[in-house]
Design a protein around this ligand. Sequence first.
Ligand SMILES: [Zn+2]
Ligand SMILES: [Zn+2]
Length: 403
Amino acid sequence: MADLAPTTVNRDRAIHSLTGNCAACGSSTTKTCSGCADASLVVGLDKTFYCGHDCQKTGWAAHKKTCKDLKARKPLYQAGDLLRKLWLVYRPNIIIVDVEKVEVQDRVITFWESVGETAYAERPFAHHLFSDDRIKESVLSAGACGDATFNMRRFVLDMLHGMCDEMEEITVKIKNPLRIVRDFRRFADDPTYREIACNRCQLDSMGNAVFENNGGTPDWQHQVFRVRLRATKEYFVIDLTNAQYGRYDSVIPWNDYLEERVNVVKELGPLGTYDESKIGGLKDESGTCYSTENNIRYLDLVQFYQARMRFELTKWRAENNLDYNSLLELNKAGFDEKSQQLADHISSALAGLREAAFRSGDYAMNWRTTSDPEECGKIRTQHLKFLASHKIASRAAELKNWW
Ligand SMILES: [Zn+2]
Ligand SMILES: [Zn+2]
């Protein structure tokens, strides 16, 4: 089998190349163009080398546009890194299943999960099952591209509205995955694990996974953001959940993305296009979609965490005296340090929120299912009160039957 931990090739190489050939005279040197050296590291391209001032002057006309473009791309690539870090600390709080076991064989990551056995928030995400962060990221992202779209679009907008003049949501069909993730689920009242449909396959009448064929490859439908950088008019994809396909870069030039990874572009529209009410698209073994009520409870849950994350992001930026522009323009070392601090801050704030919701007796937040009508009524009342006290508008109020 080929290398199993692929990343952007250029990124690692660029970090390690300390010497190169002068772009003007070709002699070997360690000196780089100071204008774009840091941006080259961030974007994942080789640095431009000049042996001295004279050669830099000679080469400037040829290098000027590249230098400027790299500097313009840097904050976008750092925004992609930050969005991914935030998604990865956010996601474990809203995942509504218990991951029980993970196995990696060649390019296939398989995990087993249960639903409804323990209350939501009673058992936090099973971080201990993972010794490799990339495997964990792949599992957290499995079948979660739609979730990332509607959970993260607000933050894409907050970070990029000045930097990008177009922001879109796109549905594509993926080709050439470097890894695949298979997800086997059981329910509290049925101990049989069945492979769940996700976006990439359907289940037959026996509950076996059937892969749709699309030109000989399975049908991996995937949602991403596409943005246009105002300064250069270049299009880029921001893909926060490509770890489910074994890729771990967040910002990819649109043309490269199409060529390397996409079979078909299915839908393209402004931010907000992806309809989160579709999240019930996961099918059970009888081919039935999960109920709308489940979706609405899930949407309440994520609204709640989103609002809290946005609040904490604002608070942290004020305390650190860093608006998004200043944060994203930091040099790579400074940005890596600050963005990690920010992600750690959000991680502990959300974990605290999760515990508080559980302790407060908001059972709906705890995601326990019940068939007792009396308990259902109680849960619903408490849930709505809890949401109202945190100023969260709830679609649950529209429901006639809570369960
Ligand atoms: Zn030279
Ligand atoms: Zn330069």
